[in-house]
Design a protein around this ligand. Sequence first.
Ligand code: 13P
Length: 255
Amino acid sequence: MRSILIAGNWKMNMGPAETADFFKQLDDAAQKEIEGVEAAVCPPFVSLPAAFSARKSGSAVKIGAQNIHFEDNGAFTGEISSTMLNELGCDFVILGHSERREYFGENDEIINKKVKKALADGITPIVCVGEVLDERKQDRHFDVVKTQTAGSLAGLSATDASKIVIAYEPVWAIGTGETASPEQAQEMHAFIRKEVAGLFGQDIADGVRILYGGSMKPANADELLKQPDVDGGLIGGASLKPDSFAELVAISAKQ
Ligand code: 13P
C-alpha cells in the first residue's frame, strides 16, 4: 500500500526565525509517527539548519529542499547541490516546480538531470508536472503532462523510478484558491500512473506516490485524498501555519 505524503512547499517564505517558531508551535500529534502517513516541510535553503535544530528530537516530520543544481560542486554561483543537502540530512527535494519552469527557465531536460542527481545522493525527488490554464482549455493537458512525465523521468532505472514521488500541480490551481475537482485530480493521477506503468512497468507504477498540489487546504483535503490515485499533497499556502499543516496531517491519518 502507498503511504500518504503531506509535503509543505514553503516557497520563498519563512526565514530561520519563523521556521524555528513553526516547529516550536507544531502540535505534537502532527509530529508523531503515524502509520501510513509521512509528513515533510521544504523550507528555503537558509532556513534548513533552523528546521533541523528546531525540530523536536523524535519528530517524524521530514525536511526537504525546493531545488538543487545537477552538479556536485564547482563554478555555479548561487547554486546548491544535493550533496550539500545530503550532508544536512534532507530527505526530499522538490524538482521541476512550475514556478521554476516559468521564472527560471527549467525544462524537462534540466529537471531530468536534477532528478538523477538527487537519486544518486539518496534524496527523494518530488517531481512536479502540470498544465497551465490555456493548455487545459485547449484540451492539451494530458499531452503536456505526458511529455513532462516522460522527459523528467527519462533514462531512470526501474529501481530509481520506484524511489521518486510525483506531484501533479495544475498551474491554474496554484495559489489561486481554485482547486482541481476531486474528479479532475483523480483522472489526471490515474493517467500519470498509466504513463509510469508504460515507462517502468505496472509494479513500479502501483508503488509510486502521486501527490496533488494546488490550493489544497484542510477544507478540501479529505475529498482529494479519498481519490484512489491521490497519495498525498504538495501544499503551499496552507502549509505555512502550524495549525493547518497539523490539520492536514490529521486528515491524512483518517484516510
Ligand atoms: P498553493 O497550495 O499555495 O496553491 O501552492 C501549491 C504549490 O505550488 C505547492 O508546490
